[in-house]
Design a protein around this ligand. Structure first.
Ligand SMILES: Nc1ncnc2c1ncn2[C@@H]1O[C@H](COP(=O)(O)OP(=O)(O)O)[C@@H](O)[C@H]1O
Ligand SMILES: Nc1ccn([C@H]2C[C@H](O)[C@@H](COP(=O)(O)OP(=O)(O)O)O2)c(=O)n1
Length: 283
C-alpha cells in the first residue's frame, strides 16, 4: 500500500530485449556519474523558513528484492540527511559465510541457529564506509561471494537466526537515534524490525533489470552470466517471499517505487519528495 497522495507514480516497468535494457542501464550509469549528487534540496520543516533541516531521531526503512537499488539509494539518503546506514542483509550474509566456512549443513536449522548464537557481529554504520566483522575480523568481501549469495536465503529463513539479528538491529537503531537517526535496509524493516519508522520505502524493479544490474555489479559480461544471475535472483526472491518467518512484503504505509526506468538520483529525489511531509514532521 502506498501513502502517496495520488500523484503519478514515476516508476515504469522496463520492457524490451536484454540488449535494449542493458543499453538503457549503461546510459543511465553514465548519466548518473554526470549528475551525481543530485541538487534537489532536503526539505525544511514547516515554519523554519530556509533553515537547514537536520532531522533527529529519524528512522527510514527501505525494503525490496535483490538488485532493486536498496543499498545504493539508502546510502545516498543517509548521506543527504546526515543519518547512519544499516545493511541488515550483510548480517544474514555474515552468518551464512561463517556457516559455510565451518561446513555446517545450511539446511539444518538448529545447526545454523547455533552458529548465529555463537557469532559476534560488529557492524559499521557510516554510509560512506559500511562494514561488517565476524568475531573481530572484517568480512566485507567474503560475504559477497556467489556461494554466500546462493545459501543466504536458507539461513535467513531460520526464525532463531532472525530473532537474534533483529534484536541486534534494533539495538543499533536505538543507539543511532541520539546521533540523528538511521536508514535501515533489508526485507522486513518496515514490517518487523522498525514498524513505527516514519518513512518506509519499498523499492522494486523488473527481474530482468535487477539481474542486469547485479551482473554488471559483479563485472560479468556474457549473456549466459546474466541468465544465470536472473535464475538465481528468481530463486532467492521466491524463497525470501514465501518463507514462514518474516517474508519479504510491502509494509503498510510504504512509498512503493519501481526503479526499473529511473536513475539512482531520480529514485532518491522521488523518495525525498514523497516523504517531505513526513520528514518535516520529525522532531
Ligand atoms: N536506479 C538505478 N539505476 C541503475 N543502476 C542502479 C539503480 N539502482 C541501483 N543500481 C545499481 O544496481 C546494482 C545493485 O544495486 P544495490 O543497491 O546493491 O541493490 P540491492 O541493495 O537492492 O540489492 C548496483 O551496482 C547499483 O549501482
Ligand atoms: N532484513 C533482511 C535482510 C536480508 N535478508 C536475507 C534475504 C536476502 O536474500 C539475503 C541477503 O540480503 P541482501 O540485502 O544482502 O541481498 P541483495 O542485496 O538482495 O543481494 O538476506 C532477510 O531475510 N532479511
Amino acid at each position: 500500500m502506498s501513502p502517496d497522495d495520488g500523484s503519478a507514480s514515476p516508476g515504469v516497468t522496463a520492457t524490451g530485449s536484454h540488449d535494449e535494457v542493458l543499453r538503457t542501464e549503461q546510459q543511465r550509469g553514465a548519466e548518473q556519474s554526470a549528475v551525481w549528487p543530485s541538487s534537489v534540496p532536503v526539505p525544511a520543516p514547516a515554519g523554519t523558513g530556509t533553515a537547514p533541516f537536520t532531522p533527529t531521531g529519524l528512522v527510514v526503512a527501505v525494503d525490496g528484492p535483490g538488485g532493486s537499488g536498496k543499498s545504493t539509494v539508502s546510502r545516498e539518503i543517509a548521506r543527504r540527511l546526515g543519518l547512519r546506514y544499516l545493511d541488515t542483509g550483510a548480517m544474514y550474509r555474515a552468518i551464512t559465510q561463517v556457516a559455510l566456512e565451518r561446513r555446517i549443513d545450511i539446511e539444518d536449522p538448529s545447526a545454523v541457529a547455533e552458529v548465529a548464537e555463537r557469532t559476534v557481529l560488529t557492524v559499521g554504520t557510516d554510509p560512506d564506509r559500511p562494514s561488517i566483522a565476524v568475531d573481530g575480523d572484517n568480512v566485507d568481501e567474503q560475504i559477497r561471494t556467489r556461494a554466500v549469495t546462493n545459501a543466504v536465503s536458507a539461513v535467513a529463513a531460520v526464525s532463531a537466526v532472525r530473532s537474534r539479528l533483529v534484536a541486534q538491529q534494533r539495538e543499533i537503531i536505538a543507539e543511532s537515534l541520539a546521533a540523528g537517526g538511521i536508514v535501515v535496509e533489508g526485507r522486513d524493516i518496515g514490517s518487523v524490525v522498525a514498524p513505527d519508522a516514519p518513512v518506509k520505502v519499498f523499492l522494486t524493479a523488473s527481474t530482468e533489470v535487477r539481474a542486469l544490474r547485479r551482473s554488471r555489479q559483479l563485472g560479468e559480461k556474457g549473456v549466459d552470466d546474466v541468465a544465470r544471475t536472473l535464475a538465481e535472483l528468481d530463486r532467492r526472491d521466491a524463497l525470501d517471499s514465501t518463507r514462514t518467518a518474516d517474508p519479504l512484503s510491502v509494509p503498510d504505509g510504504a512509498i512503493v517505487l519501481d526503479s526499473s526506468a529511473l536513475s539512482v538520483p531520480e529514485v532518491v529525489d522521488e523518495v525525498l519528495r514523497q516523504s517531505q511531509h513526513l520528514l518535516a514532521a520529525t522532531p
